[in-house]
Ligand binder design. Sequence first.
Ligand SMILES: [Fe+2]
Ligand SMILES: [Fe+2]
Length: 172
Amino acid sequence: MVSESIVSYLVADHARLHALLDRAMETPDLDPEAFAEFRRGLLRHIAIEERVLLPVVREVRGGIPLDRAHELRIDHAALTSLLVPTPDLALCREILSLLTEHDAKEEGRDGVYEECQRRLSDRDLARLAQRAESFPQVRVARHFDGPNVHRTAKGALASARRMRSPRKVEGR
Ligand SMILES: [Fe+2]
Ligand SMILES: [Fe+2]
């Protein structure tokens, strides 16, 4: 896939990730391969936004992050924490509801991607698309089920708002 802009790359990635999650949820016991691919893909997608797109936009704004960057970061932390426990259908529904809301904040008119597009030149957007496309797979840790592990979007969001550094799922 060759994208002209990091924004079109990320929008296409949203659709790809939603399709994977839908596929995982097609059977009551979940499709484990589809879920694993979704999990890896979402962690990589979040990493591209956090480490490539948002820092570059902050830089062109003279070091000032976008107003909504903090809110996105909270969603990212909550989504990441929901990828920690062993998944079942109920957990996937929680992830789907949070992800759908989150993607809407990024896509569409007045979304964060639109704001990024306004701040960056076409050349920057194309250069960042290349960086996104070549961004490596992230290594993921095994699922972990413990007393403080969240299985609802509400709980994950509340705890992400309290914590500065969320539990990492990436294995590095
Ligand atoms: Fe995001
Ligand atoms: Fe996104």
